[in-house]
Design a protein around this ligand. Sequence first.
Ligand SMILES: [Zn+2]
Ligand SMILES: [Zn+2]
Ligand SMILES: [Zn+2]
Length: 262
Amino acid sequence: MGLRGFPRGYVPKRGDKFGSLTATGNSKLRKNKWNNRYFSEVRCPHGNTRFVRTSHLKSGCSSCRKWQTCFLIKAGQKLGSLIATGKFRIQQFRTCASRYYEVRCPHGNTKFIQSSTLKSRSSISCRSWEECGLTEFQSRHRDYMRNRMPAVDLANLSEQQNGVCVICGNVRFQSSLNSKEHLIPVVLFARSKWSLKEKNARANSPTNIFASHFWCNNSRNGLSLRSYWKKHPQFEASARAAIARARQVRRSLIHEEFLKAA
Ligand SMILES: [Zn+2]
Ligand SMILES: [Zn+2]
Ligand SMILES: [Zn+2]
């Protein structure tokens, strides 16, 4: 006998069940230099079919949970206490692509979350989101500040940083910077004891606005950079260098303006 009671040389027949998957009866053989690999076609409850290694079926592969075609989240779909907005983005990593879905929590905050995380149900509430747990008063202040982010040119910011992300220092991604970032997160100002006017002046001061990768911005989510770098120490040195460079460039710009005006 072979794996889990399947006879040696077993080939799934049409209608054979493997958990929620059903064999269609089609199979194929892929040979390479070292071995023969058998694949059997199975259909899932969503009606999608796919060729799966026969040995995987025999050893217990029994659902379409990991199939890209089967985990499409629609707008309004409930995922624990989160609700999908219907927006998603695809992030290409070196070897594979990952889908991120936007979800809204009961406090009205939105965030992109990797579909595999949603699938594994490890992030089905906003419990760990920094910006939740704000009082109603604080969250109104946060929205006020967010709506008043100054209209600085992203291309300019990026140039001042030499195209280096202030969060990952371009260690995570090399791609161009596509998001404006409050260096000290708005949510931290919202929690502070200052007046709203003071909070807004500080959060949206030009010295607090930098450019980053959208993904870095999103994954950081309200954490201070210091805590974020504690989790990802490989980013810190070159991100710090980018911040220092941008500050220097801005100081000299202000100096030039000053000379012009004088
Ligand atoms: Zn399916
Ligand atoms: Zn929340
Ligand atoms: Zn980055």
